[in-house]
Design a binder for this molecule. Structure first.
Ligand SMILES: Cc1cc2nc3c(=O)[nH]c(=O)nc-3n(C[C@H](O)[C@H](O)[C@H](O)COP(=O)(O)OP(=O)(O)OC[C@H]3O[C@@H](n4cnc5c(N)ncnc54)[C@H](O)[C@@H]3O)c2cc1C
Length: 397
């Protein structure tokens, strides 16, 4: 087997000494596949534990932060970034109130102060988050091999061997955070929503700063998240309609977007439009021999409840807790405990997200009335509201 030490990677600032970022050896405790927000968050936590870690990414360094998405980070996720010393470096906007309503009747208003928290979470741009994570990884000397796709993996006794164009790397655990999950993979549950999410930024006249809005329409949900005095929108439509809407001139599209929000706010200054097709895919078992899947590689969710990265951050939190005590980070015992501990929160979050994505679509019969009544009941019952907010902020515990 070719056990090459790649030496210095191209992941280096001009003038920086190569030794600072060169892998210490090609045999590591943990190898992380994917330097997206999930892989990098795990890398920082493993560094805190003193675990010898290497991170691979297929993309060159200059493209790692190419991500137009804007993420609502729950309070639980934000606390993780505070503990990692990252929160103060991140440009973020807090969410203090959330309005939820549907086309027709039924609405809920969630207010952080009333529910005893300073804010529900924060809104950050994925590109800013990734840039801050990369900088933190670099400062800590975590080896990050960009432009290095992991092409093969093979368990060899107590190690897993990862094949890359730079040679073969050995690790005791491989954390796969490569951001995708094929529907063809055995053990993967898959559903195509037949929808796309249009995203971008707007100004919203009359909407209080630090307020977020979620509106369920018969075509799909639409959300506004506060982002430094403007709002980022996520507008979900069936594929065909999304294609047509994406091609509309700004003024016509803004009218359409205003309608989606019940013409409650005047929107303007639209920019940065992009589209994402939506699927649900999740692995029943996020572990295999010496392997754990995390983030979108473990579960890819509809963005309706803003839970994709937040669920991944909780997965990472549990894994790190278990690795704190483990001699062998890739032992079957550790991975089995991880899978068992994460099952309730994963299943509930996936189920709730899928329920929101599909349950608000029917517009005929008694279903919209039942939904409206459920929203009013949630609005009127503080303990129920608090439980719901807890789930969204911290997951099942
Ligand atoms: C419209 C939209 C809005 C969203 N809003 C929210 C929100 O508000 N809140 C929230 O929590 N979540 C949200 N999400 C979900 C969130 O964006 C994802 O869960 C998260 O970005 C996934 O991160 P990741 O690190 O798993 O994957 P990615 O960011 O895709 O990173 C994967 C990395 O792996 C690399 N890679 C791939 N293959 C290989 C290989 N073979 N070898 C080496 N490297 C490889 C890639 O180059 C990439 O850099 C939203 C999603 C969408 C589509």
């Amino acid at each position: 087997m070719n056990l090459q030490n790649p030496g210095a990677s191209s992941f280096r600032e001009p003038g920086e000494h190569p030794q600072a970022i060169a892998p210490r050896s090609s045999d590591h405790d943990v190898a992380i596949v994917g330097a997206g927000p999930v892989g990098l968050t795990l890398a920082l936590w493993l560094h805190e534990l003193g675990r010898d870690t290497v991170v691979f990414d297929a993309r060159p360094r200059t493209r790692l932060a190419d991500d137009a998405r804007v993420l609502a980070l729950s309070l639980g996720t934000w606390r993780q970034f505070e503990r990692l010393g990252l929160a103060r470096l991140l440009p973020a906007t807090p969410i203090r109130t959330i309005h939820v309503s549907q086309h027709g009747f039924g609405r809920v208003r969630l207010d952080a102060k009333t529910l005893g928290v300073p804010f529900f979470g924060t809104v950050v741009r994925a590109a800013d988050l990734i840039a801050a994570l990369i900088e933190a990884a670099q400062t800590r000397g975590i080896p990050l091999l960009d432009g290095t796709p992991v092409e093969t993996s093979e368990v060899q006794g107590e190690r897993i061997a990862l094949g890359t164009p730079r040679g073969v790397f050995l690790a005791r655990l491989c954390a796969r955070a490569e951001g995708r999950l094929s529907g063809e993979t055995p053990d993967v549950v898959s559903h195509d929503y037949g929808q796309s999410a249009l995203i971008g930024w707007v100004h919203a006249e009359g909407l209080a700063p630090e307020s977020a809005v979620e509106r369920f329409t018969p075509q799909g949900p639409a959300a506004l998240l506060p982002d430094h005095g403007q709002w980022t929108f996520v507008h979900v439509l069936p594929h065909g309609e999304a294609g047509q809407a994406a091609a509309l001139p700004d003024a016509a599209y803004l009218e359409r977007l205003e309608r989606a929000f019940g013409n409650r706010w005047r929107l303007g200054g639209i920019h940065g439009r992009a589209a994402y097709p939506l699927v649900l895919r999740w692995r029943r078992r996020p572990v295999a021999e010496r392997t754990v899947w995390l983030g979108n590689a473990a579960q890819t969710l509809h963005p309706v409840a803003g839970q994709g990265f937040n669920l991944a951050a909780r997965d990472v939190g549990t894994l790190v807790e278990l690795l704190r005590e483990a001699d062998d980070p890739g032992s079957a015992w550790t991975l089995e405990r991880y899978a068992r501990r994460r099952t309730p929160d994963r299943r509930l979050t996936i189920g709730l997200t899928d329920g929101f994505a599909r349950g608000f679509l029917p517009r005929e019969g008694l279903i919209p009335l039942a939904r409206g009544a459920a929203l009013f009941a949630l609005d009127a019952c503080l303990p129920l509201k608090a439980r719901f907010a807890q789930q969204m902020m911290f997951g099942w515990r």
